[in-house]
Ligand binder design. Structure first.
Ligand code: GDP
Ligand code: MG
Length: 178
């Protein structure tokens, strides 16, 4: 469900899903503020942050980013969270097989509750901790392919692939017909 102000300026609601501690809030903070803060407990709260990205074709995409305020620890997120989302980022930590299993659960949730044409990214975060990797890129790629998602491995710490992640989502968004 993308609402466009006009054909050159798109707007999309984007939701983040994934186990607690995988780095969802750090990814948002890196993208929106260009910072990584390893100490502070990032609290974004119930509402959203927004960030506009300019693409090479002079289109702009305004992301309205919904981060959970820790509700992912409990049961299913409220349908309000998914409603109207045109894009979703499902995050796991490449050093945690458990978080990868949880990501597969969230993908199913999205398929059940999200809109049909939602753009979905599977994101393996903490790629800087490669010596501790337990989830292989190949295994993650296979899961992405099976579920019509694209895979990106990121590091909110080093900023690796963070901008590329949002650019890739922006490029895949359906363009309104003029
Ligand atoms: P959330 O619960 O999914 O929102 O996770 P947070 O964004 O709060 O991050 C959880 C912890 O992981 C924090 O201690 C972060 O400093 C750490 N973290 C987040 N992203 C990265 C990353 O890319 N690399 C490393 N090494 N640590 C990260
Ligand atoms: Mg968080």
């Amino acid at each position: 469900e993308n609402s466009a102000t006009d054909s050159k300026n798109l707007k999309v609601k984007l939701v983040l899903l994934g186990d607690s501690g995988v780095g969802k809030s750090c990814i948002v903070l890196r993208f929106v503020r260009g910072r990584f803060d390893p100490t502070s407990k990032v609290t974004i709260g119930a509402s959203f942050l927004s960030q506009t990205l300019a693409l090479e074709d002079s289109t702009t995409v305004k992301f309205e980013i919904w981060d959970t305020a820790g509700q992912e620890r409990y049961a299913a997120l409220a349908p309000l969270y998914y409603r109207g989302a045109g894009a979703a980022i499902v995050v796991y930590d490449i050093t945690s097989a458990e978080s990868f299993n949880k990501a597969q659960y969230w993908v199913k949730e999205l398929q059940r509750h999200g809109s049909q044409d939602m753009i979905m990214a599977l994101v393996g975060n903490k790629a800087d901790l490669h010596e501790k990797r337990t989830v292989s890129s190949q295994e993650a790629q296979e899961h992405a392919d099976m579920n019509n998602m694209f895979l990106v491995e990121t590091s909110a710490k080093t900023a690796d692939n963070i901008k590329q992640l949002f650019e890739e989502i922006a490029k895949r968004l359906p363009r309104p017909t003029p």
